[in-house]
Ligand binder design. Structure first.
Ligand SMILES: [Zn+2]
Length: 156
């Protein structure tokens, strides 16, 4: 029996295989970001988020800034958009750190691309700006690097 397998079995028996090894369905970058969020005391739950919008739609991801809990809807692994979903919620995590538990707009110069507008224009006021910022970063080609930098800057 090889050592990695033993390691997995031992961790699984403590119920913390995600914590040490990353999500089994996530790729290396996904798991790196997941681990960073866990290091900054965010709990990540792979469950259907306990929220639906006015149209009855369950979101791909959700963050509760008070409890520092992130929900990732398992459907994103089937849809192939797990990474942008986690990046989006990681932006909200950075906003949470910036506001000390109250979600707060970051001081950034990135504008949301036109094609992302339908995703946040139905929000209003401050919430719209918060979402616009998450979609703006999520849509960047180097979104992972940007959000890692933001987490390190605001969550230290
Ligand atoms: Zn959002």
């Amino acid at each position: 029996m090889n050592f990695r397998l033993i390691f997995i079995l031992v961790l699984s028996s403590f119920g913390c295989s995600n914590l040490a090894l990353g999500h089994p369905l996530g790729d290396r970058e996904f798991n790196e970001l997941e681990q960073l969020l866990i290091n900054y005391d965010f709990a990540i739950r792979y469950e259907i988020p306990p929220y639906e919008n006015k149209r009855g739609f369950k979101p791909y991801g959700l963050l509760n800034s008070r409890s520092k809990t992130i929900w990732i809807n398992p459907v994103v692994f089937d849809l192939g958009n797990a990474k942008p979903t986690l990046i989006h919620e990681a932006v909200h995590a950075s906003q949470t750190c910036a506001g000390n538990g109250e979600i707060k707009l970051l001081n950034l110069a990135i504008e949301p691309p036109q094609m992302t507008r339908p995703y946040f224009m139905y929000y209003h006021g401050y919430r719209r700006e918060i979402e616009a910022q998450a979609y703006a970063i999520q849509a960047q080609p180097d979104s992972l690097a940007i959000v890692i930098e933001l987490l390190k800057k605001y969550c230290q």
